[in-house]
Design a protein around this ligand. Structure first.
Ligand code: ADP
Ligand code: MG
Length: 258
């Protein structure tokens, strides 16, 4: 499989302290890649470097979806430009818009990739009505992909936490990503909700979507990920299949605090 994402020597410091340090990583098209590591290891920072919400101090990030356009460096592009190229992120602890339906929550995400944006949509300018209808169709489709079609017109406020997470995924899917970044999508979920989320990730994987996900539960990772990258103190200390990584002494040491 060809590389969809190539991170080369990426580094990012806050106040002189590196949150991500000299990380190089390649994610293949169609792969599900888990990123694990203790709290503060730099997992969210790495995802933000990929999505464009942070700019690296060092290194490069190249993105190469199949088809026209080809490989290009994205590490200097703003988030909306990367989103348009197909890189979507669900942030750790992402919040929904309160007082909106599930469908409206997804549509807000979709406006990120249109030319006119939310303002003209809100003003309902005539030229944008057709686009609005297309977004609505995409949003309903995304809700269907995550199993929330029946919730479309219900308030997002009343959704159980597990379904709120699925809704975040639907919002990201509505932008038609080629690379989906999920930062701790299963945190705080009950067992049945974790299972539903695992099934959702599996179904997206079966569709061929390339994903990166931060997750702590080793069983979850072993089930869902093709490969795992382990961060500790900003460095990539191990990489491999879930089995390879689990037996790695450096990984055991990082988790046990040395
Ligand atoms: P993880 O997601 O693995 O828990 P983070 O990437 O959130 O780790 O954080 C890595 C390190 O960078 C931590 O020490 C954290 O305090 C620091 N950090 C992250 N974001 C910022 C920020 N915006 N400003 C200052 N320090 C930050
Ligand atoms: Mg984090």
């Amino acid at each position: 499989m060809s590389a969809l994402l190539t991170i080369d020597g990426a580094g990012r410091a806050f106040g002189g302290v590196y949150a991500v340090r000299d990380v190089s990583m390649t994610v293949a098209e169609g792969e599900t890649r888990a990123v694990i590591g203790p709290n503060g290891a730099g997992k969210s920072t790495l995802f933000n470097l990929i999505s464009g919400h942070l700019v690296p101090d060092h290194g490069t990030i190249a993105y190469a979806p199949a088809g026209p356009g080809g490989a290009r460096r994205v590490d200097r592009l703003p988030p909306h430009a990367r989103a348009r190229l197909g890189i979507a992120i669900v942030f750790q602890g992402a919040r929904l818009f309160r007082g909106m339906t599930a469908l409206e929550n997804v549509m807000v995400g979709a406006h990120a990739r249109t030319r006119h944006g939310m303002l003209s949509a809100t003003l309902r300018l005539p030229a944008h009505r057709r686009e609005e209808a297309a977004i609505r169709a995409d949003a309903l489709d995304a809700l269907g992909r995550v199993g929330l079609r029946d919730w479309a017109h219900r308030s997002a406020d009343v959704l159980p936490l597990g379904q709120q997470r699925s809704l975040q995924v639907a919002r990201a899917l509505c932008a038609r990503p080629r690379l989906l970044l999920l930062d701790e999508p299963a945190s705080g979920l009950r067992a049945a909700e974790r299972e539903a989320l695992a099934r959702l990730v599996e179904s997206l994987r079966a569709e061929g979507l390339t994903m990166m996900l931060v997750e702590h539960d080793v069983g979850f990772v072993a089930r869902l990920a093709d490969r795992v990258g382990v961060l500790d103190l900003g460095r990539l200390i191990a990489e491999g299949t879930p089995d390879e990584v689990r037996g790695d002494p450096a990984v055991v040491a990082a988790y046990l605090g040395k």
